[in-house]
Design a protein around this ligand. Structure first.
Ligand code: ADP
Length: 388
């Protein structure tokens, strides 16, 4: 079966066409800058194009036209299913579902919890329903994997009615990635030796998850992706009283503070730029004070979360690194493991960058694994599961 995977964001559309027999990627594309004067298109078939694309619908059409032109399929009817990444599934969705009108309404309702994501994800579904009428759509939620968290982990110590009436609780995100790497680790280690895992998805956004017997029991992101570890541009955990201080003493507007916490904080707030590669270059070449501080804070805060999940799990079988930073930045993995006194195979750790498959980088226990994440593959697999 040929499955199209769609990740429709606020200004981008990423898509992949996969064949379910061997999970081969037939075509892969990204359209970046939707709604801006100039949009960039890149694909696995070497296409590159710049033009204005005004909507998700137009981007979807542009994408499938290119798939057709590449001749990996002869006709659009060969696309038998479409899997959509949906950021927020609230408490309603604990696994992937086939899209029906009720599902669309629920995703719409959940937009109040994820205003920056769900409306764009829905645009992707709508475009698919119009342009690929015969292919069923399946929704895969970033929050679903974390719905197994116990109450003690997902409740905030706030007046209970905020949860009961307004759904304020920890939801967690990056679920598709955490689930994928946890399953890969379990396949590699065997069930007996992988009961207790901590998965670290370190990309521009970052989250840490405690996984017990394949199920998420705690995760660092919360009601929104802002909670948790220090990220590229997000602050992660801070004292909430800072916000009231900024409103009161600096007369900052709530929207401005929200923007600052999401886009101007984290590594960018301390170092000035959010790409770890620029931080690495400045740190290793010039050892400036701000680059050392950004590194220390980033790794220390992640290590503290991992330490707290040792409490949640009791014992650790394996620590898993994934995401753009987790997969590629050996010095981040080393620094975090140094804080935790987890012994690495240093030669191996240093060599692992852009791994194509799972790599073990430790000598003893707990095992430390680097696993390239593949959210598209996970979405395609879950799409097939739902439809069969
Ligand atoms: P997103 O959260 O946007 O999905 P990714 O998982 O793709 O992010 O990670 C993007 C980040 O990964 C970049 O901002 C950069 O900091 C980091 N990164 C990418 N490649 C490398 C590399 N070779 N070495 C170190 N860091 C890298």
């Amino acid at each position: 079966m040929k499955i199209l995977v769609i990740n429709a964001g606020s200004s981008s559309l990423k898509f992949q066409l996969l064949e379910s027999k061997k999970w081969q990627v037939l075509y892969k594309g990204i359209i970046d800058g939707i709604g801006l004067p100039l949009c960039e298109f890149r694909s696995s078939h070497g296409n590159k194009d710049y033009r204005q694309i005004k909507s998700q619908h137009a981007a979807f059409k542009f994408g499938i036209d290119h798939i057709l032109a590449s001749e990996v399929i002869k006709d659009l009817s060969e696309i038998e299913a479409v899997g959509h990444r949906i950021v927020h599934g609230g408490e309603k969705y604990v696994s992937a579902v086939k899209v029906a009108p009720t599902v669309i309404n629920e995703i719409k309702k959940l937009s109040s919890l994820a205003p920056l994501h769900n409306p764009h994800n829905l645009e992707g579904i709508k475009a698919s329903q119009k342009l690929l009428k015969k292919a069923p759509d399946v929704a895969i939620f970033d929050t679903a994997f974390h719905q197994t968290m116990p109450e003690k982990a997902f409740m905030y110590p706030l007046p209970e009615k905020l949860y009961k009436k307004h759904n304020i609780r920890k939801y967690g995100f990056h679920g598709t990635s955490h689930k994928y790497v946890a399953e890969e680790a379990r396949k590699y280690l065997g069930k007996r030796k992988s009961g207790n895992l901590i998965t670290c998805h370190l990309g521009n956004g970052a989250s840490i998850t405690a996984v017990k017997n394949g199920k998420s029991i705690d995760t660092s992101m919360g009601f929104t992706p802002l909670e948790g570890v220090m990220m590229g541009t997000r602050s992660g955990d801070i004292d909430p009283a800072i916000i009231f201080h900024l409103m009161d003493k600096l007369k900052m507007k709530p929207e401005k503070i929200y923007e600052m916490l999401n886009y101007e904080s984290g590594i960018k707030g301390i170092f000035g730029k959010n790409d770890i590669r620029e931080l690495r270059d400045e740190f290793f070449k010039k050892k400036t004070k701000k680059s050392a501080l950004a590194f220390e804070m980033y790794c220390y805060r992640i290590a503290k979360y991992i330490g707290s999940y040792l409490v949640a799990l009791g014992q650790l079988d394996a620590l898993v690194f994934t995401g753009g930073i987790g997969e590629n930045a050996w010095y981040i993995r080393k620094w975090i493991c140094d804080y935790l006194k987890i012994e690495l195979n240093h030669k191996k750790n240093k060599r692992v960058e852009y791994p194509q498959k799972l790599q073990k980088i430790s000598w003893g226990t707990p095992k430390v694994l680097v696993i390239p994440t593949n959210e598209e593959l996970q979405i395609a697999k879950e799409t097939l599961e739902v439809l069969s």
